[in-house]
Design a protein around this ligand. Sequence first.
Ligand code: C2E
Ligand code: MG
Ligand code: MG
Length: 279
Amino acid sequence: MTQEKTMEILDKKLEKAESRGELRLHFQPRIDIESGRIVSAEALLRWEQDGSLVPPDNFIPIAEKTGLIRDIGAWVIEEACRNCRRWQEIGLKGLPVSVNVSAVQFRWGDLERIVADALRHSGLDPNLLEIEITESRTLEEEDTSGQITRIAATGVRVAIDDFGRGYSNLARIGQLDVQTLKIDKYFVNNLEGDPKALALLAAIVDLSRRMGLEAVVEGVETQAVAAQLATIGCSRAQGFLWSKPLPPVEFETFALALTPIMVQTETSEDAWKARRLSA
Ligand code: C2E
Ligand code: MG
Ligand code: MG
């Protein structure tokens, strides 16, 4: 079968996925490394097809190409806000949610309305919603940065996702109304045994701190990596060490019962001070 044909079939099925209730959101905790406590959760989309879950990398690019991402993206924001509002009621008060937004979702110019609608429908405090935008050239377009600024002005937080991997325009990030830098898991994957990867990571964490941004490292799978992160002053992370993305009910159970995983190392703050003193 040609690639076009496969795409056509997937597109047809995907078009009906939302109305058939085949789309699911899973949630992965963001953790404060030092205390092991949960500080936020990222909503990650899954498509349940014939009993198995299709990962987003297999269908989001198609949805972006065909424009289906507009409806799917709106569904994701609604569903994430609804879940987060629920967390506030069940003992997870103050726990925010992060939602991934494709650069192409800015194309139609209605993202502000979609976000505002989801907040209104759910009754969620805007400060408890963060949108994650993967860095790309689109962020350079005035129209996109205008939309980001207006969304941020409503109290919604903005994160740059997969930072440091693709297209890193530091000047642009300085101009955008952004609060969080999510550092790509590439750096973590190469941390053990590669001093340059650690140096790069430390530099990005330092940069975030100087810019007043929260640095979050993705893809942490081992205690050893988490301990290294703490030594370079990085306090926030996500990864399989703490939890895989979980279906909503399992996530709630996990978050309510979380026994913090303590990373045995000097505290991030001490490490930071030590580094400043030796600099
Ligand atoms: P992302 O936003 O950077 O999400 C992080 C990805 O890393 C997730 O993959 C997550 O399951 C995976 N991950 C988390 N911890 C670990 C770890 O310790 N080790 C490893 N190897 N992987 C880890 P996932 O769920 O397959 O999502 C892939 C990408 O698809 C996301 O990357 C995001 O760019 C996109 N995506 C997911 N949900 C949505 C959505 O609702 N809308 C849009 N537009 N994109 C989405
Ligand atoms: Mg993300
Ligand atoms: Mg990422």
